[in-house]
Design a protein around this ligand. Structure first.
Ligand code: HEC
Length: 154
């Protein structure tokens, strides 16, 4: 009899645990997503909590995603030319946040250097080419994000 009681209570505990886990799991995705999103944003701005994603339109967001993924190692998280690999580069990439610079260069040039690399526009071949990795729309999205970099304050 005692055994049966034990089995029943163990089963009961298991059931409660199971229900508990399940309801947690139902709640979890949104919470996790929100937390990751916030962490990502503040991490990327080195502790700055301004939600920059909200200031970007759709194309710029796509561009930021790609820029963060492919370009920041050399160009730095904010495009200032201070990525962790930048010590290795000579010449160093231009500060893309500099309004004087970015207002001067054309979309055609930006498109060419991203698509064909530095060597495609008689610049350093340490700037890689992305024509086989990124399609035209992705490159355009990156350009619209690069053009927005000078408005992102620390
Ligand atoms: C391996 C390092 C490296 C990576 C990765 C890299 N770049 Fe560059 N980039 C450079 C270097 C070095 C230059 C400077 C070339 C020069 O001035 O001769 C440059 C130049 C540029 C320029 C022209 C600005 C200038 O210096 O006048 C643009 C725009 C640019 N890169 C965009 C990008 C984008 C967008 C990505 C990602 C898709 C990217 N780069 C990835 C190294 C890199």
């Amino acid at each position: 009899m005692k055994k049966i009681k034990n089995i029943i209570s163990i089963f009961g505990l298991g059931l409660i645990f199971f229900i508990g886990c399940n309801s947690k799991r139902e709640k979890d995705p949104s919470t996790t997503l929100r937390v990751t999103f916030k962490a990502e944003v503040s991490d990327e701005l080195n502790g700055n909590t301004i939600d920059i994603w909200k200031t970007l339109n759709y194309s710029e967001r796509q561009g930021k995603y790609l820029f963060d993924k492919y370009c920041t190692v050399c160009h730095g998280i904010k495009g200032e030319g201070d990525g962790f690999n930048s010590y290795n580069l000579n010449p160093k990439p231009q500060n893309l946040q500099d309004s004087l610079y970015i207002n001067k260069v054309s979309d055609v040039f930006l498109n060419q250097i991203i698509s064909s690399g530095g060597s495609g526009v008689n610049r350093s071949s340490q700037m890689p080419y992305y024509k086989f990795l990124l399609d035209e729309t992705e490159i355009e999205n990156i350009i619209s994000y690069i053009r927005k970099l000078n408005t992102i304050q620390e």
